[in-house]
Design a protein around this ligand. Structure first.
Ligand SMILES: [Zn+2]
Length: 156
């Protein structure tokens, strides 16, 4: 979940519809245009987790939290409505249960989404060809990349 931002291919003007990101997130910093195959540089929106600066990392963490709340809040309301429908008294008795459901759900979703993004990043960076593309296209320097790879003990 993010703020909608229209991103179109500079070559064929094809609009990449489902690009819902307005700030820097963790991911692959380039893609091919689905229409004309042109190579699109996404570095202003997307960078590998390990190459994000501290503020972008904090922003990314806050957005992951926000997304977790965004999904868990309606889920909790639905759970309450369903239980209340079948057993009004039970719904009232386990009041705090809903709060815990919400809180634990947010924490679990948050951890899962962080784990997913970072493990995907590690997976991509474990690919020698991918790292070569990042360096060749100037997404990062060889020096910085070597630092990241050794810091996080990523090997090919
Ligand atoms: Zn295109």
């Amino acid at each position: 979940m993010g703020v909608y931002r229209k991103l179109s291919c500079p070559k064929c003007k094809y609009v990449i519809e489902n690009w819902g990101i307005a700030y820097q997130v963790a991911g692959q910093p380039y893609m091919n245009c689905p229409n004309c195959e042109a190579n699109l540089d996404l570095r202003s929106y997307v960078k590998e987790w390990f190459l994000l600066n501290t503020w972008s990392k904090i922003g990314w963490i806050l957005r992951s939290l926000y997304t977790s709340v965004f999904y868990m809040l309606p889920a909790t309301v639905i759970l309450y409505v369903v239980i209340d429908y079948f057993n009004e008294q039970l719904a009232r008795e386990i009041n705090w249960g809903f709060a815990w459901f919400l809180l634990i759900g947010i924490i679990i979703l948050f951890i899962l989404s962080m784990y997913w993004d970072i493990s995907q990043s590690i997976k991509r960076l474990s690919d020698k060809e991918y790292v070569k593309i990042l360096i060749d296209r100037g997404f990062t320097s060889e020096e910085k990349m070597n630092k990241v790879l050794s810091k996080y003990k990523i090997s090919f």
